[in-house]
Ligand binder design. Structure first.
Ligand SMILES: [Zn+2]
Length: 338
C-alpha cells in the first residue's frame, strides 16, 4: 500500500520594508501527517544563528551534581528489592535508578556517563548503547514484576530549552499501564490502518519513502531513518525498527543501530550551532499494529535571552511549526549517516 502525502500551500502578500515597500509573497506550507492526520506548518523563514554557546561558566557552576561519579551511587534512589534486587543497574559508564521526582508509575533515570557535560559532537554510539542496555533491562525487570505496565518511553531532555534542569547527560525511562496522548494517537490510527489495509502503516511508509527518496535517510540493519513529512518539531528525524514494537525484544544490533543514528543526528545539530534537543522512543508491548518508533527534535539553542520555540501556535493551537523543509533537511543530514 502506497502512502499518500497531503499538503496545502499558503501565501501571505504584503508590501515589504525590506524591499522599498514593493509587493512580496511569503509562502507557508501546511502538511497533514499521513498517520495521525495532525497538521504541521513549514515556515520558510528563521532567525540567524548566534553561533556556538560557551558552556564553561555553566559547567563550572554545576559540576559535582547528583549524577556525577562521586555522588551517583550515594545520593540517588534505589529500586524496590522485588523489582531490581541490586538496587541500581549499570553497563559501562551508564547507571540506572528510580527517579526521585517521577512523572508516572515507573519513572527511572539512566545517567549516560561520568562526564558532567558533553556537547553534541562529544556523544558517542557506545554511550547510548550502554544507556539503552540499562534502560531495556529496567523495562524487562519491571514488566516481569508488573505485566500491566505495557507502555514505555525512553526519552532524553538535553539542556534547559529541552526541559532538563540537570546538565549531566541522562535518559528518562517511563512506564505506565495507560498510554500518553501521542501513544493513543499512534495506536488508534495505526490499528485502524491495519484493519483497513491488512498491512502495517510503518512498513508501507518506509517502502514509500524509499521509493520517493526525498526524506529517506539510511538503514542501519533493521532500523530505518527518515525525516517526517509533517514534523511536529524543529529538525525532526525519525527511526522505525522493523519487526519490533517493544524495546523489550531488541537485540544488541538494533540497540547499536539506534545509538549510531542518534549520534549522527547530534553531529548534524552541532554543525548547525544547535545544542539542545529531545528524543522519545515509543514502546508498546502486545500491539500488533505498532512498530518501535524514535522521534528526535532540536530545541532553541541555549544562549542568553534565547527565543523559545513553543509559541502560541504550538501551545494553544496544537499546530506544530518547523523552519526547514523536510526534503532539505534530509539532503543536509544524509552525509552524517554514511
Ligand atoms: Zn554531574
Amino acid at each position: 500500500m502506497k502512502i499518500k502525502f497531503e499538503r496545502y500551500h499558503l501565501q501571505s502578500d504584503l508590501l515589504s520594508p525590506l524591499n522599498g515597500f514593493e509587493p512580496a509573497s511569503v509562502p507557508t506550507e501546511v502538511r497533514i501527517d499521513p498517520l495521525t492526520k495532525r497538521k504541521s506548518r513549514i515556515i520558510t523563514w528563521s532567525l540567524p544563528s548566534k553561533g556556538k554557546f560557551d558552556f564553561s561558566q555553566m559547567i563550572d557552576e554545576s559540576r559535582g551534581c547528583i549524577f556525577c561519579p562521586e555522588n551517583v551511587l550515594l545520593k540517588t534512589p534505589k529500586f524496590l528489592k522485588e523489582i531490581i534486587p541490586e538496587g541500581r543497574l549499570s553497563a559501562g559508564g551508564a547507571v540506572g535508578f528510580p527517579n526521585l521526582f517521577p512523572a508516572g508509575t515507573y519513572g527511572s533515570v539512566v545517567v549516560l556517563c561520568g562526564e558532567h557535560f558533553l556537547n553534541l559532537h562529544q556523544f558517542t554510539p557506545d554511550l547510548y548503547q550502554e544507556g539503552f542496555s540499562v534502560a531495556v533491562e529496567i523495562i524487562r525487570r519491571t514488566m516481569a514484576y508488573d505485566p500491566d505496565a505495557r507502555f514505555w518511553q525512553i526519552s532524553q531532555n538535553f539542556l534547559l530549552p529541552g526541559g532538563s534542569s540537570i546538565l549531566h547527560p541522562h535518559l528518562q525511562v517511563i512506564g505506565d499501564p495507560i498510554r500518553t496522548n501521542e501513544m493513543e494517537w499512534f495506536l488508534g490510527a495505526s490499528s485502524s490502518y491495519t484493519r483497513k489495509n491488512k498491512t502495517l502503516f510503518w512498513n508501507d511508509l518506509v517502502r514509500t519513502e524509499k521509493e520517493l527518496g526525498e526524506r529517506y535517510i539510511a538503514a542501519f540493519g533493521k532500523v530505518h531513518w527518515f525525516v517526517s513529512f509533517a514534523p511536529i518539531g524543529a529538525n525532526e528525524i525519525c527511526a522505525v525498527v522493523e519487526d519490533h514494537a517493544s524495546l523489550t525484544t531488541l537485540g544488541q544490533e538494533e540497540i547499536s543501530s539506534l545509538a549510531r543514528g542518534i549520534v549522527s543526528t547530534l553531529r548534524y545539530y552541532y554543525d548547525q550551532n544547535l545544542n539542545s534537543f529531545n528524543f522519545a522512543i515509543y514502546s508498546f508491548s502486545g500491539e500488533d499494529s505498532h512498530q518501535l518508533l524514535l522521534r528526535m527534535i532540536s530545541r532553541t539553542p541555549i544562549q542568553p535571552y534565547y527565543l523559545n520555540d513553543w509559541t502560541s501556535f504550538e501551545a494553544l493551537q496544537s499546530e506544530l511549526t518547523s523552519n526547514i523543509y523536510p526534503e532539505v533537511l534530509c539532503r543536509e543530514i544524509r552525509p552524517y549517516f554514511s
